[in-house]
Design a binder for this molecule. Structure first.
Ligand SMILES: [Zn+2]
Length: 211
């Protein structure tokens, strides 16, 4: 047996990729380097045998912390803000289209929540233009759009965040009266896309109706 101080496995790292990620140690958006490693058996500090690839790691450029590559799956704060903003916008358009496009109160409610979500330039006129473009036969299209937009966002939101997105849609639907069948169906789609249990969707929609 070789003395442990004389022999060991050393890993040589090289940067294979870089970019932005949410660093779990810093708790914020940082730059990362993706490091790929090759392990070598060394004797007296000299590499003598290749021992294969080490699992790649993501290294934070700021704190030098090293994390499994799965850390890169989490969106940055900036990216999450964009996903959330797009989600709010898509839900609002879908509910306005489901409501038939007539209601001023619904449109004003939609404008308020879209602005609050990070589109300060949103106006009723702009929503009217979008609605006019979407009116004919657009519900199946919006149904798919809602599912696609929310599928990128849903895995990164805890249930209070997902519930508040459904309630945002419910408020728009309720701004000009009780849910219509089309609004109810669209809210069902939103609930599904947010991966809320059907019973939770029912309960939240009933709560919003009685509020
Ligand atoms: Zn860090």
């Amino acid at each position: 047996m070789v003395h442990p101080r004389l022999a060991g496995v050393r890993t040589a790292w090289r940067v294979s990729e870089d970019g932005d990620f949410f660093c779990p140690a810093c708790g914020g958006d940082r730059c990362y380097q993706l490091l790929e490693g090759r392990r070598r058996l060394t004797v007296l500090g000299v590499p003598v045998l290749t021992r294969g690839a080490a699992d790649p790691v993501a290294s934070c450029v700021s704190c030098r912390g090293r994390f499994p590559v799965s850390a890169l799956d989490r969106p940055t704060t900036t990216r999450l803000t964009v996903l959330l903003r797009d989600g709010v916008h898509t839900i609002a358009l879908a509910l306005l289209a489901a409501g038939g496009g007539g209601g001023g109160p619904a449109r004003r409610t939609a404008v308020e929540s879209i602005r609050a979500a990070g589109f300060p330039e949103c106006t009723e006129e702009r929503l009217l233009t979008l609605q006019a473009a979407l009116r004919v036969g657009s519900l199946p299209l919006l149904d798919r759009e809602v599912r696609e937009t929310l599928s990128a966002l849903t895995p990164h939101l805890a249930s209070p965040g997902r519930e508040s997105l459904l309630l945002h849609g419910a408020r728009i639907a309720l701004a000009d009266g009780p849910y219509s069948a089309a609004e109810r169906a669209m809210l069902g789609t939103v609930g599904e896309a947010l991966r809320l249990a059907p019973a939770d969707t029912e309960r939240l929609l009933a709560t919003a109706l009685s509020a």
